[in-house]
Design a protein around this ligand. Sequence first.
Ligand SMILES: Cc1cc2nc3c(=O)[nH]c(=O)nc-3n(C[C@H](O)[C@H](O)[C@H](O)COP(=O)(O)OP(=O)(O)OC[C@H]3O[C@@H](n4cnc5c(N)ncnc54)[C@H](O)[C@@H]3O)c2cc1C
Length: 254
Amino acid sequence: MTDAVAPAASAPLALPWQPATLAAIAKQTARVSSFFLAPQRPFAFEAGQHVDLRLTAPDGYQAERSYSIASAPETTGPIELAIERLDDGEVSPYFHDVAAVGDEIELRGPVGRHFAWNVRDGGPLLLLGGGSGVVPLVSMIRHRAAQASRPPALLLYSARRWDELVFRDELLALQGRRDGFDLALALTRDRVRRPGNYARRVDKAMMTELLARLPQRPAQVFVCGGNPFVSAAADAAIAAGIEPRLIRTERYGQ
Ligand SMILES: Cc1cc2nc3c(=O)[nH]c(=O)nc-3n(C[C@H](O)[C@H](O)[C@H](O)COP(=O)(O)OP(=O)(O)OC[C@H]3O[C@@H](n4cnc5c(N)ncnc54)[C@H](O)[C@@H]3O)c2cc1C
């Protein structure tokens, strides 16, 4: 298993900061909104990569945080970030409570080649996302949907409640296309609302069932979310027989 703990400070020093304009804000759930940023110098990225954002207070104090890119690499307009508001956080409440369309925010990227997927890399793909950890996996699913060749893919998305599932309607619609993308929802504090979904935390039995829904064993496994989710999901995948070397993880550090 390969771990990508990627605090903002670990970005390559050569990667320059640049101004980006906040082009739009869209509420996703009670706690998560999408922020669309237009960098002054647009850049190419791979699905799964992230950017670093830097805020500077009038007294010069700076705060940097990393945010995964939700957009598909095919997107030409502003890049979409989906940020969850942590009540006791520093940067995420700023975005939710203070930032306004037209603001300029410093950005550098793309970062995180390690946690990236391109359709050319093939599949089957097993994606395990907890909470806002679904964001880079959504970029991969959007990228897959935008391409003609579509390896089989299954996303297990765990959240507390139905109403907290970010990108829920889009993911359900993509599953409805029946083109080899399968979606399993695991709600930890809500009831099961659809067949083939779960109302519990991820475990080995769940993982075994999910593997049976893919036509072959996954060739690539991406796991993203807070520390407890990533550890539990990766452990369950290994217990269900996935080789650790196939698993790539990204931890959001909560
Ligand atoms: C590669 C990567 C991609 C990411 N992508 C996303 C994404 O797409 N969406 C998203 O919402 N988040 C994402 N994150 C997480 C994001 O970078 C921030 O960590 C998150 O937004 C919280 O930042 P904050 O400034 O609001 O909170 P912070 O101020 O950093 O606080 C975070 C938590 O730590 C606690 N804390 C802070 N300081 C201390 C201290 N001194 N002692 C003890 N506890 C403390 C706070 O109480 C809070 O609960 C990503 C992280 C990484 C590494």
